[in-house]
Design a protein around this ligand. Structure first.
Ligand SMILES: NC(=O)c1ccc[n+]([C@@H]2O[C@H](COP(=O)([O-])OP(=O)(O)OC[C@H]3O[C@@H](n4cnc5c(N)ncnc54)[C@H](O)[C@@H]3O)[C@@H](O)[C@H]2O)c1
Length: 511
């Protein structure tokens, strides 16, 4: 058995004294049996960078088959205890976990920033959303119940809502802590255990979540973290003790996850990418529409799955919209993500930054006009000079056939497209294989509801964008995935119904 370590991943005093460019994480990043576990084979270590500086933050050592099996066995033994507890008992432990997260919110947010590059203001919101989600599902744990059905002759049947077993969560790098919370909270509320694999680029904060659940009093091994990339992920998906896979990431990986799950007939939740439309009609409140377009494009450096990156603007208000949107975009402060006044931090990695800048060059070649941004940015602060920054970009003169309008860029690049009629814009908005989200700005109430009724997207916003309260379901249509996270319905994705038929009379046998 591997060595177990019970000291904190990063002591609070060390986090509090850290600033951008100073922190190194040396502790092991695997977590099972209620403790951190040293990796087995350090020769496969991959370097993890701090996006704001380009400096080394830690080493991520992928888990092999033996380690994945240990984590899953650990989850399975915790599941046997946790699933026998009453919903209210589980709720109490989950509420304690939510309380600890709330208490350590600033520390967790700071580590998230150092690992991911987003601004501290946004990271604090992410951590708040994480504890809110755990609190919400703690509240639901005690409400899980079946049905009683009266049958002829006094016989009856009842249903029991039961957990699935060991669930696997696989996360993307853009909301590392929040994704781990969104997956573990409903899973645990239903009585399941989980093995979570964060993205290899953001391995750190999921371990803090595992530490917090352990401290709150879950059975040892209830939430485990294994590190690694595609290989570790596929070991998890193929493991026979795994009952369900919940995945957040790109469409191509999502398809592979589904294939692997199919081999074991395992249910999957797929939260995939998007290229969502935001439609702005000429009767909109202009200031709100402009603010909405910025919220739809520039949160987390544009690295948000549900971003409304195809901004359709009714032709007669286009000049005014562009003038205002460009003015506000130019005013976004890009820089040290740990400073309160910063509104945009660094992109996740150098290759990703190059990819996003490549989309801007391609857009120019295809005839788009860059109204602002789209350039690499080197902040004046010397410690940030190796960081992965770029200026937020607005593209005009776009058409529906351009690469920047068709493909998910996952960076701070907004494409603006004029339209004339409602019928035309609906057809163009839906002309995509994705269907994650969509937005509409208008003062006409009937039009707003008519438009969202006809939009092929799992989450629609009227007169706002990128608002995701934990009480409402979130998920995609078409190739953006299926299954939902958040809201009451997610209970159904982490539980199964057992029907029990009870005979009160004699057996009426045909034989
Ligand atoms: N719909 C949502 O809720 C949501 C949220 C965040 C991000 N995303 C999407 O995620 C993408 C960006 O994230 P990314 O680059 O980390 O995505 P990705 O698909 O490259 O990786 C996601 C995760 O899958 C793992 N993985 C990769 N190959 C695997 C395999 N063969 N088997 C098992 N696991 C494997 C990765 O290690 C990572 O943990 C974007 O497309 C974005 O839209 C969607």
């Amino acid at each position: 058995m591997a060595e177990l370590l019970r000291t904190p991943l990063v002591p609070a005093a060390m986090i509090r004294s850290a600033s951008t460019g100073t922190l190194e994480v040396k502790e092991p990043l695997n977590f099972w049996c209620g403790a951190k576990v040293k990796p087995k084979d350090v020769k496969n270590a991959e370097t993890v960078y701090e996006p704001a500086t380009g400096r080394v933050l830690c080493q991520m050592v992928p888990c092999g088959a033996e380690e994945v099996d240990q984590a899953i066995q650990s989850a399975h033994s915790a599941f046997l205890k946790w699933s026998k507890m009453a919903g209210m008992e589980r709720a109490r432990v989950m509420l304690e976990a939510a309380r600890i997260i709330r208490e350590r919110r600033d520390d967790i947010a700071k580590l998230e920033v150092i690992n991911n590059g987003k601004s501290i203001t946004e990271a604090r919101v992410d951590i708040d959303v994480a504890w809110l989600c755990i609190e919400y599902y703690a509240g639901m744990a005690g409400t899980l119940a079946g049905q009683h059905v009266q049958l002829p002759g006094g016989s009856f049947a009842y249903t029991r809502r039961e957990p699935l077993g060991v669930c696997v969560g696989i996360g993307a790098w853009n909301y590392p802590f929040q994704i781990a919370a969104w997956k573990s909270a409903p899973a645990l509320a239903c009585g399941n255990a989980m093995v979570f694999k964060p993205s290899p680029m953001t391995p750190v904060t999921a371990v803090m979540l595992a530490e917090i659940y352990a401290e709150a009093g879950v059975p040892e091994g209830l939430l485990n973290v294994v590190q690694g990339g595609a290989e570790t992920g596929s070991l998890l998906c193929h493991h026979p003790l795994v009952a369900k896979i919940s995945f957040t990431g790109s469409v191509p990986t999502g398809k592979k996850i589904m294939e692997m799950a199919a081999k074991g007939a395992k249910p999957v939740t797929l939260e995939l990418g998007g290229k969502s439309p935001l439609i702005i009609f000429n009767d909109s409140d202009m200031e709100n529409a402009v603010k909405g377009a910025l919220m739809a494009n520039f949160l987390s450096q544009g690295e948000v799955c549900c971003n409304g990156t195809r901004v359709f603007v009714q032709r007669d208000i286009l000049p005014k919209f562009l003038e205002d949107v460009v003015k506000r975009t130019k005013a976004i402060t890009v820089g040290d993500p740990l400073l309160d006044e910063t509104r945009m931090g660094a992109l996740i990695s150098r290759p990703h930054l190059d990819r996003v800048l490549g989309f801007v060059s391609q857009a120019k070649k295809e005839g788009a006009r860059v109204l602002c941004g789209g350039e690499p940015l080197v902040p004046a602060d010397p410690k940030l000079q190796g960081g992965y920054f770029m200026s937020p970009c607005v593209l005009d003169n776009c058409n529906d056939d351009m690469t920047c309008v068709k493909e998910e860029i996952f960076g701070p690049v907004m494409s603006v497209l004029p339209f004339d009629t409602e019928e035309e814009v609906l057809q163009r908005a839906n002309n995509t294989t994705f269907g994650l989200a969509a937005g509409v700005f208008t003062r006409d109430v009937t039009r707003a509801h008519r438009v969202v009724e006809n939009l092929q997207a799992g989450t629609c916003f009227i007169n706002n964008y990128n608002v995701s309260p934990v009480e409402v379901p979130f998920g995609g249509y078409k190739m953006s995935g299926f299954g939902r996270e958040n809201g009451q319905v997610t209970i159904e994705y982490y539980s199964q119904l057992k029907t029990v038929v009870v005979e009160m009379g004699d057996v009426d046998s045909l034989f």
